[in-house]
Design a protein around this ligand. Structure first.
Ligand code: ATP
Ligand code: MG
Length: 223
């Protein structure tokens, strides 16, 4: 969890690397549908580009389909889903039906003052979801993805006007979820102005949670 631009995607990718864990990002799944112009993509495009949430029914169906493909005996991270109480209830029923617990909810608490600049500086490699920030995490070669060398693009919703709408949707529809999960005692919140500040905190909590040695935290935190 975290407001738009809080760094959910960045943390998810780092955790995937550090723990070799499966990840599903609702934003990446949706953007992939939009760029392939699938029926789902055509339905979702207008909402995404105006900064509104895509309908609960559409997102939930997409994400549950992805979840069904995850190996049953492995942990995974969800990025960007659920985003409403209705989606959370759908996820709960799915997890209960497949007899898997939802262990942890991680909230990224990033000051408003740094978020807007971050959105303006963000460039992405759309096919992989890799993100860059031209101020503090630039690609090795300007305008190009480090891994594939393909061109980077701006997300259609990463501009000031659309960002206001995304923030509004977050405050109205997603913030109430924090209460939903903190009441259950599974919400962990981490504060910081950069993803580099927040990552070691999450890493250390997860090492505790899964009883892994903390040394690996320092080794992977730097990468
Ligand atoms: P960031 O990735 O920087 O944290 P973000 O959370 O706004 O920012 P994404 O998660 O990539 O970005 O989502 C982009 C857009 O996709 C959202 O503004 C919304 O329109 C749509 N979307 C993604 N996930 C959901 C969801 N669970 N429910 C409804 N709409 C969603
Ligand atoms: Mg994201």
């Amino acid at each position: 969890m975290g407001c738009p631009g809080a760094g959910k995607g960045t943390q998810t990718q780092r955790l995937r690397k550090a723990f070799g864990i499966g990840t599903i990002s609702s934003g990446d799944v949706l953007r992939s549908h939009v760029s392939r112009q699938t029926a789902v993509g055509l339905k979702a495009k207008a909402a995404i580009e105006s900064g509104e949430l895509v309908s609960d029914a559409l997102v939930s169906e997409l994400m549950l389909t992805e979840l069904e493909h995850m190996p049953r005996d492995q942990s995974f991270i969800l990025d960007g889903f659920p985003r409403t109480v209705t989606q959370a209830e759908t996820l709960d029923s799915f997890m209960a039906a497949s007899d898997r617990p939802l262990d942890l909810v991680i909230n990224l608490d990033v000051p408003w003052s740094v978020i807007l600049q971050r959105i303006e500086d963000r460039w992405i490699h759309a096919p992989s979801g890799r993100t860059y920030n031209i101020s503090y995490n630039p690609p090795k070669r300007a305008g190009r993805d480090d891994v594939t060398g393909e061109p980077l693009t701006k997300r259609a919703d990463d501009n000031v006007e659309v960002f206001r709408a995304r923030l509004h949707a977050y405050q109205e529809q997603t913030l109430p979820l924090l209460g939903y999960y903190s009441d259950r005692g599974i919400l962990y919140s981490f504060k910081g102005s950069t993803s580099d500040e927040i990552f070691p905190q999450i890493h250390s909590m997860l090492c505790d949670f899964f009883s892994l040695p903390q040394e690996s935290a320092d080794a992977t935190a730097a990468s």
